[in-house]
Design a protein around this ligand. Structure first.
Ligand code: EPZ
Length: 420
């Protein structure tokens, strides 16, 4: 396993470019199953989860691979589909459950290992199943696999119990080839959901209401191949903005989708950072001391849960006492005890963390427990006095393309080493 070794205290400067969005690329690549013909993707981030997605697609009979050396182009084509997604793949990436809808739409059958929980929560898929049943699918649970089948999928009116990102994506993908109209009410409005909807439209799907909580889909006979570029990753961008803020630096985050990060930019401004939207990205100047604030995570366009661990790390060094409330996942504070080992003063009660700013953090060996918790430990290490070793960074490699190279190029003292 690899680890990251960081010597903190160096303000970030210069610029960092954002890669394509992991959480848009996953459902969009899996949608290749729905398409008759080849799809050429651009700006696909080279991440563990993307390699897992390509592997899963190939197992399902949809050829998928990076096309250009170490570039970010992927070609995918559904040639001879089979309905089964094996457990040993699904257990490494929960998003694999998103193949249910496309397989039912194309084959009328799907057998997908029930994704277990993960570090941040149980993460059930009841909303996916309930919605797909409304479209006419039937499901059994057979030794840890969800087995689904349908004569054909027919349009229906679906009301989500809450704006589930994956649930909305599942039902979008299933409804584009269903017979008749489907209305999704209470749908998630995350930009990654809109990127998926835009991709499906380029392939010939008929979708109205993109970006709103009511999506209307008119089923079509077939989708055709196309070329499509994945949107930039707003969470990676937010993570680098916080990296500049926590080190008191000045940084241009290139290709930053500023219009999809308003809640994060507003919070950074409230804490005293100065941000400026430019054509090439967002410039942040965080040379003045930061002030504590109140953060509550909520569905888009609220403050993203995927930025919770990162803003909490920043809060540990802000002046005064702030709070961070996690309303989306039931166990997304695994970074707190690790930050505590670096000298942070954080008190947890239920879904709320009370953070009292300290003068400085001290480098220490810490362990990543999940993707965004790992990111918050890297951020803390960039600011801490002395050396921080972040272990189990395979969690980070799921969602950040070459994070240490990008941070190094902006002046951080960070390198990857083998963790024997
Ligand atoms: C997506 O997960 C993202 N993953 C997550 O990003 C992100 O945190 C989450 O949306 C919320 O924005 C991908 O896009 C691959 P949900 P997803 O369905 O689809 C519960 C990261 O760090 N729920 O909106 O699983 C669920 O347990 C990852 O990049 C049900 O109860 O999110 C959770 O508590 C982490 N039943 C909440 O809803 C369901 O059927 C939000 O889940 C579905 C979800």
């Amino acid at each position: 396993m690899d680890k990251l070794i960081i010597h903190g205290g160096r303000p970030l400067n210069g610029s960092i470019a954002v890669s394509g969005s992991k959480n848009a690329a996953l459902p969009i690549l899996l949608s290749s199953i729905l398409v008759d013909g080849p799809v050429h993707y651009a700006n696909v981030p080279r991440l563990r989860d993307i390699h897992t997605t390509n592997k899963l697609l190939n197992i399902l009979g949809c050829e998928a691979a990076f096309t250009d050396g170490d570039g970010n182009g992927v070609r995918a084509e559904a040639l001879s589909l089979v309905p089964e997604a094996p457990y040993d793949l699904v257990k490494t990436m929960r998003a694999s459950v998103l193949v249910l809808g496309p397989l039912l739409a194309r084959l009328g059958r799907a057998k997908v290992a029930l994704p277990g929980g993960c570090a941040i929560g149980a993460r059930p898929v009841d909303q996916h199943i309930k919605g797909l049943e409304k479209l006419g699918a039937r499901f059994d649970l057979d030794s840890g696999y969800i087995v689904g089948y349908c004569e054909e999928l027919r349009g229906a009116e679906i009301n989500f119990d809450f704006p589930t990102v994956g649930g909305t994506e599942s039902l979008l993908m299933a409804s584009v080839l269903a017979r008749g109209q489907t209305v999704l009410r209470g749908a998630a409005r995350e930009p990654e959901v809109s990127d998926l909807a835009n991709f499906l439209k380029v392939c010939g799907a008929k979708i109205e209401g993109i970006g709103t909580s009511t999506l209307r889909v008119e089923g079509v006979e077939a989708l055709h191949g196309c070329a499509y570029s994945i949107m930039p990753d707003r969470i990676e961008a937010g993570t680098f903005l916080v990296a500049a803020a926590i080190t008191g630096g000045k940084l241009l985050v290139r290709d930053c989708p500023a219009d999809k990060l308003d809640s994060v930019l507003a919070k950074l401004e409230e804490m005293g950072a100065v941000t400026e939207k430019r054509d090439e990205g967002v410039f942040i100047n965080a040379s003045s001391p930061l002030l504590a604030a109140q953060v509550v995570t909520s569905p888009y366009p609220g403050f993203p849960t995927d930025m919770q661990a990162q803003i909490l790390a920043l809060m540990t060094l802000a002046q005064g006492s702030g709070t961070v409330e996690e309303t989306i996942f039931e166990n997304r504070f695994m970074h707190v005890p690790e930050l505590g080992r670096m000298g942070a003063d954080i008190r947890l009660s239920g879904s709320r963390a009370v953070v009292r700013g300290v003068k400085q953090l001290t480098g220490a060996p810490v362990m990543a427990s999940d993707l965004r918790a790992g990111a918050s430990l890297v951020l803390a290490g960039l600011a801490a006095q002395g050396e921080t070793q972040v272990q189990r960074i395979y969690h980070l490699d799921r969602g950040y393309e070459q994070i240490e190279k990008k941070l190094l190029s902006a002046g951080a003292d960070i390198f990857r080493a083998k963790d024997n």
